[in-house]
Design a protein around this ligand. Structure first.
Ligand code: FEO
Ligand code: CA
Ligand code: CA
Length: 627
């Protein structure tokens, strides 16, 4: 038996190879104490410090035996699925908008073939693989979608002889080009939308695209390399996961598992700055064998230039993307920007790794509509979230005083700063979504098999806590917080759990989920989230789709809709077996939703040949708006 190629592992399991901490159950005593305090409480559990949260926050929601529908949702829920199709509610239709390999320019028409995939020579002229976060922009009467291609599946893209590991520089180039960001014009074709091939707005941004570093870390010795002694010009944005948009209508792309792209061909640099981020050894795609930039033996500072939120102006195809270092360096999931009551710009940011943190950036300057935006994402303060058992919490500033680190170090090694400041370790913060109708925000805590089992990569305690209350948490939960004084820039807040995912068919304890989870709507691993303009919360899952054991009855990954007021959650959509659903935006008139379907199984959507990650359009048959 050969060793599993690193590129075959999930990014989550890849973390474990970087960080093989012993599962020595050093938290057994804490867990034991928590269990002994448990008491069954109306379908949810109260134990330890989580009791207040469950009692006050969740037990007010009814737990119907089956999901209901209509009412505010306007549709009846779809059942679970285990097939290789997309399912939407009665009265809705869906169609594929764009697939990995589809041409963005006419010179790449026919570039994709079911046997060979995409040739390297045209790989930056087509839609990339593994679609993720996206946003729609209206520019000069046109509709543009900016959308991430998070990573590649080498076994799908490379010749069979490569066995998933690039064998030469050309194969590396192919993989690099199929990731990054796409900007594409879309137009209403009557039944969903089409991509406008050859639009002047179409653009690919890859691992080779030049961009600038801005903010306090720009130019610092930590980000200087042999190739760029200035520390100001960087090539590439990578592992582009979730998205965001600024108040001034630019795109924010979030660099998540950037660590997996760097390897060492010789001696590798040592230190917590590498171990905390899981950087070292062999990379996922063997880039370092063919490109010195990815070889930390030669360019030890190159990884310090990635792991940021990068801003792109979709309206100008010649614009240079900007990495915003003031928003910190970690595995950025998405970037949810809101305009605080006091006029400052606030960005909520999750770091998706087991036991890492939830962050907030607050600008020093004030934003006014149509006013100057210079400095708003370069000059401000980063905070880490701390959650108390009494359902209060605070944003702890990351400053030299609270961390013992210099300002540039705080932004380069943000995880270490957050540990020093005393943030609360979380169950993998994925997307944050802010309610447009109310001053509150939500974060999907997708799962954490290490909760209560072993510490995070920095050695921080990850015992169960009030907001992450279940050890070996394979289902996940959605956290909600309300800033004091209806001001997102306030330093304190109250919180509750909007939902704890679970399986009420398998468990009758905390793992059954909260009161608003039932056999008709159950799911695991909430990940993508967006609010629609009507104040409903759309929840996308990236979880176990085997439909067996702890996950029996949940079926394929899905998109659900939640009502923040009642707690009701119903299933809107299921995606093909193997896929996760991630990325969501709406057409300008809200009649069409665009939904990302990443890493599908089988031969979806073509019905033969390779599976192709795609964006689909979903619309109501009566043409009415629903977002
Ligand atoms: Fe790319 Fe944490 O999802
Ligand atoms: Ca995600
Ligand atoms: Ca995920």
């Amino acid at each position: 038996m050969g060793k599993t190629p690193l590129s075959d592992l999930s990014w989550d399991d890849f973390d474990e190879t970087r960080d093989p901490r012993p599962a020595d159950n050093q938290f057994d005593a804490v867990v034991e104490q928590a269990i002994s305090r448990r008491g069954f409480l109306g379908g949810a559990l109260a134990f330890g410090s989580g009791a207040a949260a469950f009692g006050a926050g969740l037990t007010g929601f009814a737990k119907p035996a089956q999901a209901v529908g209509f009412g505010r949702f306007g549709f009846l829920p779809v059942d679970i699925a285990t097939d290789y199709e997309v399912h939407v509610p009665d009265g809705f239709r869906s169609d594929v908008l764009v697939r990995w390999g589809d041409a963005l320019w006419s010179d790449a028409e026919g570039a994709y073939s079911p046997d060979g995939g995409v040739p390297a020579s045209l790989s930056d002229r087509v839609f990339g693989e593994n679609t993720d976060g996206m946003e729609l922009f209206e520019v000069d009467g046109k509709q543009l979608i900016a959308v991430n291609s998070e990573y590649v599946n080498p076994k799908i893209n490379l010749p069979a002889a490569s066995d998933g590991t690039p064998q030469n520089a050309e194969e590396v180039q192919l993989l690099k080009n199929l990731q990054g960001v796409t900007v594409m014009e879309v137009a209403n074709a009557g039944q969903g939308f089409n991509v406008v091939v050859d639009s002047a707005y179409n653009r690919r941004i890859t691992h080779e695209t030049e961009m600038t570093l801005a903010g306090p870390l720009a130019g610092h010795a930590l980000v200087q390399t042999k190739a760029d002694p200035s520390g100001l010009m960087v090539k590439g944005t990578m592992n582009n996961c979730g998205s965001g948009r600024t108040l001034w209508d630019t795109y924010l792309t979030c660099e998540e598992n950037f660590n997996g792209y760097f390897g060492a061909t010789g001696d590798q640099p040592q230190g917590e700055g590498y171990t905390r981020y899981g950087i070292g050894g062999q990379s996922r795609y063997a880039y370092e064998k063919f490109d010195a930039r990815y070889d930390i033996s030669q360019e030890p500072n190159e990884p310090h230039r990635h792991g940021f939120v990068t801003e792109i102006d979709p309206a100008d195809p010649t614009s240079v993307p900007v990495k915003r270092t003031a928003l910190g360096r970690f595995k950025h999931e998405n970037a949810e920007m809101v305009h605080a009551k006091d006029g400052r710009v606030v960005v909520y940011l999750g770091d998706d790794e087991r036991g890492e943190y939830l962050y907030r950036y607050v600008s020093n300057g004030i934003y006014t509509e149509g006013g100057a935006t210079d400095g708003l994402l370069d000059d401000g303060t980063l905070y880490v979230a701390k959650f108390n058992a009494d359902q209060t919490g605070a944003w702890l500033p990351l400053t030299p005083e609270t961390t013992g680190m210099e300002p540039a170090e705080i932004l380069c090694f943000t995880r270490m700063a957050a540990s020093a400041a005393g943030g609360t370790t979380m169950d993998r913060p994925e997307w944050v979504a802010a309610n447009p109708l109310k001053v509150e925000a939500y974060c999907a805590l997708t799962n954490n098999k290490n909760r209560g089992v072993k510490p995070n990569a920095g050695g921080d305690d990850t015992s169960v806590n009030a907001v992450n209350p279940r050890e070996t948490n394979n289902y996940g939960q959605i956290l909600r917080w309300t800033p004091a004084g209806e001001n997102h820039a306030a330093d304190v807040f109250t919180w509750d759990l909007y939902v704890m995912a679970g399986n009420p068919e398998v468990y009758d304890n905390a793992y059954a989920g909260s009161d608003n989870v039932n056999v008709g709507n159950m799911f695991n691993s909430p990940d993508g989230m967006q609010f629609s303009s009507d104040g409903l919360l759309w929840i996308q899952t990236d979880g176990n789709y085997k439909n067996e054991g702890d996950f029996a009855g949940m079926g394929n990954n899905q998109m659900l809709v939640g009502d923040p007021e009642t707690g009701e959650i119903i299933r809107f959509m299921t995606v093909p077996y193997g896929a996760e659903v991630t990325g969501l935006c709406w057409s300008a008139d809200k009649t069409v939703a665009f939904v990302g379907i990443q890493h599908p199984g089988g031969s979806w959507p073509d019905g033969a040949g390779k599976p192709r990650s795609s964006v689909v359009s979903v619309w109501r048959e009566d043409g009415a708006a629903f977002g």
